[in-house]
Structure formats: C-alpha cells, structure tokens
Design a protein around this ligand. Structure first.
Ligand code: ACO
Length: 348
C-alpha cells in the first residue's frame, strides 16, 4: 500500500519583536578599537538591538512575539498544538525556552521544545513543524526563532561584538489554505566545523568554573574568515540545490530570504544564484545578526510586500556547522496582514 500524500504546510502569519534599546556603531567604537566606517564597510551593520532589564531572557522576546502573533491572527492560546523555539541562548540549560514561552503566553498542556542549530535553527524548526503538519498530527504550530546574543558576546572582542544583536520572530504553520506553502526543505550539518565557531565552556565538556569565567570562555569564539568562506559556499550550495530540485530559474524566484550574518555574505550568495539585490531581503543594517531570529524578522519586515504565490528561498548557515534551506510559495496577502499589526509593525 502506498503511503498517503503529506498534507502541505504553509506559513500563515508572522510577527517579530525587538527590544527598544539601540546599540549604534558609534557606541561600539567607544568600547573597542573600531569605527562606524569599518563596521559598515565590512558587515553592512549600522545598529543592533539589545535587551536590557533584570531577569529578562530570550523567552521574554519570544513570548512578546508569540503574544502579538496570537493577537494579530485572532488565535486563542488553547488552539495551538505545538510550539518549537529555535535558540542558541536559552534562558536556562533546562527547562526549554519553548516551555517558558508557552507558560508566559498562557499556552498549556501541549508539546513544546527547543531546537539548537545556531543560526540555522529557524530552518531546522520549520522543517520539523512541516513534518507534524504533513502527517496530520497537528494543525496549528508556532515556530519561534529567538536569541539574546548580547549575553554570550564579549564586548572587549572587536571581531565579534560588532556583529550580533537581540531579537525574536514567530510564525504560525498550518495546513495550506490554498495550495501555496512549503514545497521543499533540507537541513545539513558538519560537526567538524566546531573549532571555527563555538562557545568554549559552559557545557558538560567544560562546565562553568572560576577559571573558565576568568578566561572569558563563555563568549562566542569565531574564526571570522573561515566562517565567512563556509557561509557563502554552503548558503549558495543549498539555494542552488533547491533551485535544481524544483526546476527553478533565477528569474522565477521572487525573494531570497538569507540568514543575516554579514551583508557581503548575503551579496555573494545572491550573486552565485544570479539574483539581483532587489529580490533579497536585508535587515542586517538595523538588527545585526540575531542568530535564529534573522529569517522570521526578515519575513516580518517585508510582510507587506508579499503576495500569494510569491516564490521564496530561505537559506541559513551557522555554528556546528549547520546549514539549510527551504523553498516555499507565499500563502497569504501580506499587506492585509501587516495592516492588522495594531502598533506591532516593524520599526522603520
Ligand atoms: N573594527 C576594526 N578592525 C577589525 C574589527 C573591527 N570591529 N574586527 C576585526 N578587525 C580587524 C582584524 O583584527 C584584522 O586586523 P589585522 O589584519 O591587523 O589582523 C582585520 O580587521 C581584518 O580581519 P578579518 O577577520 O580578515 O576581516 P573580515 O573582512 O573577514 O571581516 C568579519 C571580519 C566581519 C567577522 C567576517 O569575517 C565575517 O562576517 N565572518 C562571518 C561571520 C558569520 O557569518 N557568522 C555566522 C554565524 S554566527 C552563529 O552561528 C552564532
């Protein structure tokens, strides 16, 4: 007997949340030996958001995004079947940030869990959600991408502190209302990439101690040039693989939605796909690299420009190494949805 056709899944709503505090390049130049000119030229970043406030972790931003998503879509917390949170900066080792977000927004008695795939986390989580919709097991899933990167960034290290910011984005994933939705998705990893991008201490291999703290081993360690090369190669590879598998020419793609790590990485990926930059979503200048939040924040930022049937390729690369991509057709009228954001629209 042949297995039943999977039920097509679609993103049916998107919402972001950014903390109010802005950290500009000029302020960073007061902390480390850098300049607005260097950061702008090498990364494209002008400013990023930082979550301040005692006791506020990644869950705070994730819960804000989910609360606004529920409000925007007129969904009651009790209607949600599953919540997945992609994050590299969970509030605690345990319980999961997804558990905390559910509690904060009044979602009870459903499954919720975190996904750890660094900057590719959102693509991983969307891929997982698609499987639950595909089998018919669940009908309303929220996927959150949220990171408070400022907690693991060394603000004495000029090579990393200029890159990252805090933020959260959330999407609703449901059975496709009209045939549009997620058509193909792939996730990849290579653990041999660990030395180039990781947090040296704080896990079970090297638990926190006075020595690890004194040696500043709880911050992001990145070999920028190596990561840069892998990021371009893998994001372009995954995007072209999706194009070949789905018989897509460059002129058929309406939007590339790339992970926002560095404007030059984004431009190089677009160039390898033969896509002009006016078909590429870019938010890095105002939010920096928010790790798992970059892609949902892009979708939120550009929501008003998205129309049903638009062809999107999402692509990400991150620590692990991990990478992945998703090909989807947009399933709803973005302008109409964005108009309903009730004061929770992206900052301009
Ligand atoms: N201001 C001024 N100078 C700087 C700064 C700074 N903020 N940072 C580094 N430099 C200096 C370096 O010290 C070096 O000086 P030297 O030649 O005297 O040694 C010089 O600039 C050039 O350094 P490079 O590292 O070669 O600079 P590059 O052009 O590669 O840019 C950057 C560095 C921006 C980090 C880039 O390599 C990059 O974007 N890498 C990828 C980051 C990324 O994609 N991360 C992805 C995922 S993150 C995650 O998963 C958590």
């Amino acid at each position: 007997m042949s297995s039943p056709m999977p039920i097509p899944a679609a993103i049916t709503a998107v919402q972001g949340h950014l903390p109010d505090d802005v950290l500009s390049n000029a302020e960073l130049a007061e902390l480390v030996d850098t300049s607005d000119a260097w950061i702008t030229e090498r990364t494209g970043i002008k400013e990023r958001r930082i979550l301040k406030g005692e006791g506020l972790g990644t869950s705070h931003m994730g819960a804000e995004a989910v609360r606004k998503l529920l409000h925007k879509t007129g969904t009651k917390p009790g209607e949600i079947d599953l919540l997945i949170c992609a994050t590299t900066t969970p509030d605690f080792v345990f319980p999961s940030t997804a558990n905390l977000i559910c509690d904060m927004v009044g979602i009870r008695n459903i499954g919720s869990f975190d996904v750890q795939a660094a900057c590719s986390g959102f693509i991983y989580a969307v891929t997982i959600a698609q499987q639950f919709i595909g089998t018919g097991m669940y009908r309303k899933i929220i996927v959150v991408g949220a990171d408070k990167m400022s907690t693991i960034i060394d603000y004495t290290d000029r090579a990393t502190c200029v890159l990252f910011g805090d933020g959260a984005g959330a999407v609703m994933i449901e059975p496709s209302p009209n045939g549009y939705g997620i058509l193909d998705t792939l996730i990849r990893s290579d653990g041999a990439g660990m030395p180039h991008l990781h947090q040296k201490a704080g896990g079970s291999r090297l638990p926190p101690s006075a020595e690890t703290v004194a040696k500043r081993m709880h911050y992001v360690h990145q070999e920028g040039a190596a990561v840069y090369k892998f990021a371009i190669a893998r994001m372009a590879e995954v995007s072209t693989e999706l194009m070949i598998r789905n018989n897509l020419r460059a002129d058929m793609i309406d939007w590339l939605v790339p992970h926002q790590a560095n404007r030059r990485i984004i431009e190089a990926t677009a160039e390898r796909m033969s896509l002009p930059m006016d078909k590429v979503m870019v938010t890095i200048h105002k939010y920096g690299n928010t790790t798992a939040a970059t892609i949902p924040l892009c979708l939120w930022d550009y929501e008003a420009q998205l129309v049903p049937g638009n062809r999107l390729i999402l692509a990400a690369f991150g620590g692990g190494f991990t990478w992945g991509g998703t090909y989807m057709t947009w399933a709803y009228d973005g302008a109409a949805a964005a108009a309903k954001s009730n004061g929770a629209a992206p900052p301009r």
